[in-house]
Design a protein around this ligand. Structure first.
Ligand code: KIV
Length: 277
């Protein structure tokens, strides 16, 4: 059955943990969907893990639409949330609604996600008023990497913790159906999860959240440029892929691939006629 915004609500009420993973293409979305993952995030992390940028700031609306549509084709049951890229909503409430609409109409997303709390509450409200579900994102928001001076844990001082709490409440009051909280101390994230009525999905925020999200390349050992402390490696797919590439290299060089079973046949008669001429 398709996971919906109503499923997010009922999971929170029943205390069922919500599972979310990133995906950026059709075949990965199919695998995650078949594995039973509740929601797929087409994160702007694609700028780093798919496109090789050092942060998410260069990702465009066209990038997000392209990858979102591919994921949506593979996600039969999983709920698809697509990130609004840097400068697609910060510039004005009008831009926020217009670009959220494009991610739904052209990217076939079920919902959009944007970073920021109190400062972007008006933008969230306007998108929700246009009947587009919004997931918030607070704490360490990667689009503010330059303002933060790096990818740093947020909410450790009294003032910073109060700001994260205010952001969480602002996102909920603006009408978001869920919120991602990234890189904050576990006890703070647990407190916020208990305070909010909407589900809080943690990443680097401990076990007290209502759900978890990870970048799939991190949890499968496929991306080594930057490995955050919270990224548990559930499988070492990176090593398996590298081994597969090496076996291919060796078999092509030695002539063992392709073998007879990978080869198409032609009647001897036809070959004879061709070589006679
Ligand atoms: O872009 C992304 O993958 C994200 C997650 C880190 C939550 O926003």
């Amino acid at each position: 059955m398709k996971f919906t915004t109503a499923s997010f609500k009922s999971a929170k009420q029943k205390g069922n943990k919500i599972t979310m993973l990133t995906a950026y293409d059709y075949s990965t979305a199919c695998l995650e969907d078949e594995a039973g993952v509740d929601a797929i995030l087409v994160g702007d992390s694609l700028g780093m893990v798919m496109l090789g940028y050092e942060n998410t700031l260069s990702v465009t609306m066209e990038d997000m639409i392209h990858h979102s549509a591919a994921v949506a084709r593979g996600a039969k049951n999983a709920f698809v949330v697509t990130d609004m890229p840097f400068m697609s909503y910060q510039t004005s409430v009008y831009d926020a609604v217009k670009n959220a609409g494009r991610l739904i109409k052209e990217g076939y997303a079920d919902a959009v996600k944007l970073e920021g709390g109190v400062k972007f509450a008006e933008h969230i409200r306007a998108i929700v008023d246009a009947s587009i579900p919004v997931m918030g994102h607070i704490g360490m928001t990667p689009q503010s990497v330059n303002a933060f001076g790096g990818f740093k844990v947020q909410g450790k001082s009294i003032a910073d913790a109060k700001q994260v709490i205010a952001d969480a409440k602002a996102v909920q009051e603006a009408g978001a159906f869920a919120v991602v909280i990234e890189c904050v101390p576990a006890l703070l994230a647990k407190y916020i999860s208990n305070e909010l009525t909407i589900p809080v999905i943690g990443i680097g925020a401990g076990a007290g959240c209502d759900g978890q999200v990870l970048v799939y390349q991190d949890m499968l050992g496929m991306y080594s440029d930057f490995t955050p402390k919270f990224a548990k490696k559930f499988e070492d797919v990176g090593t398996s892929m590298k081994n597969g590439f090496k076996y291919y290299f060796e078999e092509v060089k030695s002539g063992r691939f392709p073998a007879a079973e990978h080869t198409f046949k032609i009647d001897d008669e036809v070959m004879e006629k061709i070589t006679e001429e």
